[in-house]
Design a protein around this ligand. Structure first.
Ligand code: FAD
Length: 590
């Protein structure tokens, strides 16, 4: 069924303009003669039940009146990720130096269901508008932000349904029933974890950051703390409801349009259509979740190299397995920060894993423990509980859902203005005994420029075999299964939203910082020249993104894009097919 086909949305386009309006080469902007008339916008508004908004920039109220209550509200909430996600003009990142700046769309459809989305897609296609889709607004690359566009805003689609025996549409008798959860595309991971783990005692593989959107993360592949056990988030996608560029609402799964399902599993958000609902496999919840932590500082460069060598050997022997994910960081001040997370080990088992390394550290006169060392394991079901959890910051706004909270460790990222960002999948071969000295030297050299974070849950070497198998059936670069970690090098400064009152930015220092990020990344690329990069956490300026993000999967993704979106209605920065368009997505280049 082609929803929206019955609507008179196209009828009000004057016939003499139709040919120009339908030109695929240049999208229209407000003020252009072909921009829809107020009456046409009213037609769209009626079609979507009145839910057509004119979003404003986050800090517009402060520009209008710095003493207003509206300005006080945004200023007081600018470090609350739930508040930022609740604003149609909101972004979780306040910009990226020389890359992109938050700017509101001209109009936004606050979608209530797939039919609203179909109306918006039909309207954008008919009037040749720049279209953009937003979930929870966490794109570092700014791919849910496009000035002069029509935004389809998914925030309100928050239905959740648990299934004991899910069978996809058209799959009866072909695919065995399995436990699953269906999530509206406006859900964040905390919504999924509260429903699936806290309340129902099962597990769903999603993201680490609790306030990231489910649809954006799954479409970029997506990793959570326990991905070494369960694979990337996309690996769990059983079915999606998606509105494609022709305005058709499709239900895709292993039995219906499996190519499109595969493309949605890591082929990039905002590229193949608008996902309105996702159904993800759920798993038996492990008995324990826990951590390993501490900060150790070396007293000299030589001692730091020795510390890194000992830690890498310990990682290879004891941590490179399906239990241990999350991060360690190698810092310019010669310290090693450990923030690892585990699934499936009791407190005693977790402590036993770390004991040889911690004992070695305690016995070394060349090292200082600057933050207590420890390891834990506790009841997995309470991992995402907000009340009484000191690691979680609740959304304190009146009326906020009691299960909305985010990790304290993610606070610094809320509203950050980025100087630079890059990532490299580090091959597991670097952990072989003979190669460890090269890895240590590369980490040491990179850390002379910037802190390097190694996100071990974002490389799937040493993951559970089923997790690797399922992750290989996604569009993500298969190189991810040969990497032990994603090295992330990024930095920025306090929020700098347009219109926000703050001291001027030191541009010279910011550019110096961006160059330091490039220099650190270059050191890692010396030992991993062919390594890929994770599209959601990568460099805006990456010139070889097709290869880095998707590897050999890119050719298939291009074909699927051509089939479902031949006119390029869905274009995002570094997205499949974006090489055919200008950087702003307004002009077709070929
Ligand atoms: C603070 C922070 C923490 C993060 N932590 C993690 C992490 O732990 N693990 C991880 O893997 N990644 C993480 N990321 C990266 C994150 O997964 C991606 O940026 C993801 O795409 C964000 O999805 P979103 O809906 O929140 O963002 P948005 O900016 O709304 O969307 C991201 C992209 O997906 C598209 N999109 C969103 N919803 C839909 C939809 N329904 N249909 C079609 N396209 C859609 C948008 O158009 C955009 O291109 C983090 C990012 C930030 C800023």
């Amino acid at each position: 069924m082609k929803l929206g086909a019955a609507l008179p949305l196209t009828l009000s386009v004057p016939a003499r303009l139709a040919a120009r309006v339908m030109s695929p080469f240049a999208r229209v902007r407000p003020g252009d003669p072909y921009w829809p008339t107020p009456a046409q916008w009213d037609e769209l508004k009626a079609a979507v039940g009145g839910n057509l908004l004119e979003p404003h920039a986050l800090f517009a109220p402060c520009l209008a009146d710095a003493a207003s209550a509206a300005c006080a509200e945004v200023s007081g909430n600018q470090r609350n990720p739930f508040y930022l996600g609740d604003q149609p003009g909101g972004t979780q990142i306040s910009g990226w130096l020389d890359a992109w700046t938050p700017a509101p769309s001209a109009y936004a459809v606050k979608a209530r269901n797939a039919q609203d989305v179909a109306h918006a897609v039909d309207f954008a296609r008919t009037h040749n508008l720049r279209l953009v889709v937003k979930g929870a607004a966490h794109s570092y690359l700014g791919t849910s932000n496009a000035p002069d566009s029509l935004l389809i805003w998914m925030r309100a689609l928050t239905d959740i349904q648990l299934h004991e025996d899910f069978v996809g549409a058209g799959c009866a008798g072909k695919v065995a029933p399995q436990p699953a959860v269906s999530l509206g595309a406006g859900c964040m991971w905390i919504d999924a974890y509260s429903a699936v783990t806290t309340r129902a005692g099962r597990y769903v593989q999603g993201g680490g950051c609790a306030d990231v959107g489910v649809a954006g993360l799954v479409q970029s592949g997506g990793f959570g703390s326990f991905s070494k056990g369960f694979g990337n988030a996309a690996a769990g996608l059983l079915e999606a409801e998606v509105v494609t560029a022709d305005g058709k609402v499709r239900t895709v799964n292993a039995c219906q349009e499996p190519d499109l399902l595969w493309a949605l599993k890591g082929g990039g958000g905002g590229t193949f259509g608008v996902v309105t609902r996702l159904t993800l496999r759920t798993h038996v919840l492990p008995e324990f979740f826990g951590s390993g932590w501490g900060v150790i500082q070396a007293k000299s460069d030589a001692a730091f190299r020795a510390l890194l060598a000992r830690f890498i050997a310990h990682y290879a022997e004891r941590l490179a397995n399906p239990h241990w994910g999350e991060q360690f960081a190698v810092k310019p001040d010669n310290s090693l920060k450990i923030g690892m997370v585990q699934q499936g080990l009791s407190r005693d088992e977790a402590r036993a894993v770390w004991a040889p390394f911690f004992d070695w550290v305690k016995g070394s006169a060349d090292l200082t423990i600057t933050d207590e060392l420890g390891a834990s394991g506790h009841k997995a079901q309470s991992w995402w509980e907000i009340q009484g959890n000191p690691s979680m910051i609740p959304d304190k706004r009146p009326g906020a859902p009691p299960d909305h909270g985010y990790w304290e460790g993610d606070q610094d990222q809320v509203g950050v203005f980025l100087h630079g960002y890059d990532s490299v999948w580090l091959p597991a071969a670097l952990l072989e005994r003979a190669s460890q000295p090269r890895l240590v030297e590369a980490l040491f050299a990179a850390s002379r420029h910037k802190e390097v974070g190694l996100h071990c849950n974002k490389g799937l070497a040493f993951a559970a075999p089923e997790a690797i198998k399922a992750s290989l059936d996604t569009a993500m670069n298969p190189g991810v299964t040969e990497a032990f970690a994603l090295a992330v090098i990024a930095d920025g400064e306090r929020p700098s939203y347009p219109g926000e009152s703050r001291p001027p930015m030191d541009m010279e220092a910011a550019r110096r910082d961006a160059r330091a990020i490039d220099a650190a990344t270059a050191e890692l690329r010396k030992v991993a020249p062919q390594a890929g990069s994770y599209l959601s956490e990568s460099n805006f300026f990456n010139q070889r993104w097709q290869q880095d993000y998707f590897g050999p999967n890119y050719a298939r993704l291009r074909k699927i894009k051509q089939h479902y979106d031949p006119e390029g209605l869905f274009i995002v920065r570094n997205g499949v097919g974006s090489e055919d368009w200008s950087a702003d997505g307004f002009t077709r280049l070929r």
